[in-house]
Design a protein around this ligand. Structure first.
Ligand SMILES: [Zn+2]
Length: 210
């Protein structure tokens, strides 16, 4: 689904850039810049990756960030680190209920084919990452580093199991990151319409750099 942003988003954010439903988008940022990621229509998960702009082998790492933060639910003021343990992104603001995931991998062709038994190609966040990097003139990768799954609601239940729940982010709510180094950030509007995580339908999201 591709729509214009609702008026409540347009009014406050005149320079929005789109992340099309089911697709990815990458952009370069300088150290010190901020980026606001907006859940334009609500309930849309956005897989997020960040790479050192001068060395793409250094990238935001969920496993290293878990060890750095000693938590599995990041919040405002928390800083994500790379696989070389350098700060790369910090959460400055979060107007959502704060449900985000740093445990689950990006969806890929294998998940749709093997776990969901779909016979035809399904858009997926891993291919979206590769295409977004290639669109910036960088080499894409076949396998995705674990993303920060922004707006993704994976609660830990009392029996220590995890559950794939619908996103609790409402239309117009956002999260803002500060770039701690020159970086490439990539977003994917997750196309998963098999589970309820995206409200059963992938939609556009938007971002703004300032
Ligand atoms: Zn996905």
């Amino acid at each position: 689904m591709t729509l214009s942003p609702p008026s409540h988003v347009r009014k406050v954010e005149p320079n929005l850039q789109i992340i099309p439903a089911r697709k990815g988008r990458g952009v370069r940022m300088s150290k010190g810049q901020s980026i606001r990621l907006i859940n334009t229509y609500g309930t849309q998960v956005v897989d997020t990756w960040a790479f050192n702009a001068h060395n793409l082998g250094e990238r935001m790492s969920m496993e290293h960030t878990r060890a750095y933060l000693d938590k599995i639910f990041p919040a405002v003021k928390d800083t994500f680190v790379t696989n070389q343990r350098s700060p790369i992104l910090t959460i400055l603001e979060d107007t959502t209920p704060g449900n985000h995931d740093i445990l689950m991998p990006a969806c890929d062709v294998y998940r749709y084919a093997k776990q969901y038994c779909l016979k035809e190609y399904h858009d997926n966040c891993t291919d979206n990452l590769r295409h977004a990097l290639e669109s910036l003139g960088e080499k894409g990768e076949e396998y995705s580093p674990s993303p920060f799954n922004v707006f993704m609601n994976i609660p830990l239940k009392d029996d220590n199991s995890l559950s794939w729940e619908a996103s609790t982010a409402k239309a117009g709510q956002y999260i803002t990151f500060k770039a701690e180094m020159d970086l490439i950030i990539v977003f994917s509007a997750c196309p998963n319409d098999v589970l309820p995580i995206n409200g059963n339908q992938s939609r556009d999201a938007h971002f703004l750099i300032f």
